[in-house]
Design a binder for this molecule. Structure first.
Ligand SMILES: [Zn+2]
Length: 138
């Protein structure tokens, strides 16, 4: 996640993220709104506990939010956001779906998937830059 978004979460929810290091949010920017809403929810629930330090990441295409201690309310709030994450594009926050291939799982929308594939092909082409592409041959 972009540093400015992480900073905003840490600033707005010091009770959750005061002790976190930069790069604690291991997912893409598209989930920021969802994480923000979950954070507001959790901050509310745990306002009397300062020993709960969460860790946020993407795993198998879904939002994973670890905390050191849990209540039923916290379980429920996290489960709801995790479910929502499976319908939310990790990249842009739009409506996405879970895609799986042999090496990665991701929740992504059609537009971002096309762009991701294009970038992947470009980076793959970069690995073989000794071989001229069709465009280079004249
Ligand atoms: Zn998208």
């Amino acid at each position: 996640m972009r540093k400015e978004l992480e900073t905003k979460l840490c600033t707005d929810f010091p009770e959750l993220y005061a002790n976190l290091q930069y790069k604690q949010f291991e997912c893409l920017d598209g989930w920021y709104d969802m994480i923000y809403r979950l954070s507001a929810n959790l901050a509310n629930i745990i306002s009397n506990h300062d020993d709960m330090k969460p860790n946020v990441k993407e795993k198998w295409g879904a939002l994973v939010f670890y905390m050191y201690s849990y209540t039923d309310e916290i379980h429920e709030a996290i489960a709801k956001a995790s479910e929502e994450s499976l319908r939310t594009c990790e990249t842009c926050g739009g409506e996405g779906k879970l895609l799986q291939d042999s090496w990665s799982w991701r929740t992504i929308c059609d537009g971002c998937e096309v762009e991701r594939e294009r970038q992947w092909l470009r980076s793959k082409a970069g690995d073989f830059d000794a071989v001229p592409s069709m465009g280079d041959m004249d």
